[in-house]
Each structure stands twice: as C-alpha cells, then as structure tokens.
Write a protein that binds this ligand. Structure first.
Ligand SMILES: C[S@@+](CC[C@H](N)C(=O)[O-])C[C@H]1O[C@@H](n2cnc3c(N)ncnc32)[C@H](O)[C@@H]1O
Length: 270
C-alpha cells in the first residue's frame, strides 16, 4: 500500500505506466487560488537564448509545453525525455498537433547519453525525488550543461498538501505524511544542488486549493503513491466526512507548497 518514491520498477510499471495517475492529480489544481497557471509561471523563469538547446528529463505527459505552446521561441531545440515508455507516448500524443517540433527520447536521468556541454538548460520538474541515485543524476546534468547553462528543477515544499495528509491520518493515524518520504524538497534540494553548482536560487509559487467537492480529493488520494487507501469502503467514509465539511465551511482548504530551484555554475572555464 505504501510505495518507495524511488522504486523505479514500480514507477514505470504502475504509477507512471501512462498519464492516468498524474492527470488525476493535476485535475485538483483546477481549484487553485492562484489564477496564474503553474506551468506558465515555471516557463516565465526560463532565461535562455533564442536558439537554446534544452533537455527536459522526466517530462511526463508534456504538460509544461502544452500550456506554453503559444510562446515557445521558434529557435529552441527541445528534447523531451522520460524513463517510462507510456509517459513518452502520452507526451507525443499531447504534442501531436503542436507547430513546434520536439524530439522524444527514452532516458534515465542517471545516465544521459549526450556528450558533455550539449545543452543550455536542463529541466527536471517534480522528478528528482524519484531518482534513486540523485547525485549521479546531478553529475550527469552538470556534465551535459554548457558552461553557464542552467538546471531548472521544480519540486515540493514541506507544507505541500498538509490538510490532505491530515485527512488520511484521520482514517489511518499510522499513515506517514507524504512529504516525509520525499528526499528532494525545496529546502533540502537547495543544499543538494549546491554540491554540484556554485549558484542556486529558489522561488516559491504562491497558491492554495479551495476544493468545493469531494471527488477531486478522493481521486487524487486514490491515484497517489502513498494513498491507495482512498479506495473501497474507506473512500465512502472519507466522502461522507468531506461532504459534511464542505457543506459547513464552503470548501476544503488545502495548502500547496511548490516552487522552482535554478542552479548554475559561475566558475571560470579554461
Ligand atoms: C511526478 S511526474 C512529473 C512529470 C512532469 N515533469 C510534470 O511536472 O508534470 C515524474 C516523472 O518522472 C519520470 N521519472 C522517474 N524517474 C525517472 C528517471 N530516473 N529518469 C527519467 N525520468 C524519470 C516518471 O516516469 C514521471 O513521468
């Protein structure tokens, strides 16, 4: 019932076999209090030349690019990579009618096949906490970045979905908080990046969720690595609790805590 977030066989064979689970989770962000889209916000931070070569590792269903299709500079050369063949199929499907051309590659972020100094930017959104040997992946990312090139890595903060975890714990007090098992959070991740890059910056995305019906919460819980208990008889008990709570308070408030770490190296190169 409780999965290790770095169990790669489970990730490819079950959790990220295709985009179903991730899409169920993304739907809850329809209730976000920040009207400015998360993926638009991320894209705003990409400070890159008009002819940038970019690699996104762990691209998932390519939502980042789908939400920014109207403003991708035509000169950007973009490679989308994922460890899961099903996710890569979903990414191809998402972008079938896109005017911009993308390259799709099956790839483990721990061994990137490209030569040194290949990219102006590597993007790693909400994926570094899945990588078993993160320092190996960071060494690889650093190696394929050109001098001055940037890693843009989004991840969760410690308060992410706190009330969702508290809801689950109401029904199973032994259940661990989701973020307790995430080994690359905004704050801990910053130090991990500093072992590979001389500069690291952190920006938090301000938002929360005000959810007005029970099903999006239950669907999220049922899809999540840690919350399989939101299925079967338990689901109906949680639904009754949530419906009563929402009737009384108008919505179920859930904290969100996500942001972007950018890392680069300003050492002099020979
Ligand atoms: C939480 S999803 C994030 C997807 C997308 N980046 C987003 O933000 O919507 C994590 C993705 O990382 C991929 N992944 C996990 N381990 C990986 C690895 N070692 N190398 C490359 N991709 C990996 C998974 O298959 C999944 O598509």
């Amino acid at each position: 019932m409780d999965f290790d977030p770095t169990d790669q066989a489970h990730l490819i064979g079950d959790q990220y076999r295709d985009a179903t689970n991730l899409s169920a989770r993304i739907r809850i962000y329809d209730f976000a209090t920040n009207p400015y889209d998360w993926f638009r916000w991320l894209f705003d931070h990409y400070d890159l030349p008009a002819d940038a070569r970019m690699l996104e590792v762990g691209c998932g269903p390519a939502t980042l690019w789908q939400r920014n299709l109207d403003r991708i500079p035509p000169g950007w050369d973009i490679t989308l990579a994922d460890l899961s063949p099903g996710m890569l199929d979903a990414a191809r499907e998402t972008l079938t009618s896109a005017a911009h051309a993308f390259t799709f590659r099956l790839m483990d972020a721990q061994s990137i096949p490209d030569p040194d100094n290949s990219f102006d930017a590597v993007i790693a959104n909400h994926m570094l906490y899945h990588v078993p040997d993160r320092h190996r992946a960071l060494r690889e990312i650093r190696r394929v970045l050109r001098p001055g090139g940037r890693l843009y890595a989004s991840t969760l903060g410690v308060d992410h979905l706190r009330e969702m975890d508290e809801l689950v714990q109401r029904f199973d007090p032994a259940f661990p908080r989701h973020v307790e098992r995430v080994s690359f959070l905004l704050d801990t991740g910053r130090d991990q990046l500093a072992a590979h890059f001389t500069r690291v910056s952190l920006d938090r995305y301000p938002s929360a969720l005000e959810v007005t019906s029970a099903d999006p919460v239950l669907d999220y819980l049922a899809s999540d690595l840690a919350h399989r208990l939101a299925t079967g008889p338990q689901r109906e008990r949680m639904r009754a609790y949530l419906e009563e709570y929402i009737a009384r308070h108008g919505s179920f408030h859930i904290s969100t805590d996500s942001g972007l770490l950018a890392a680069w190296d300003d050492r002099q190169y020979p």
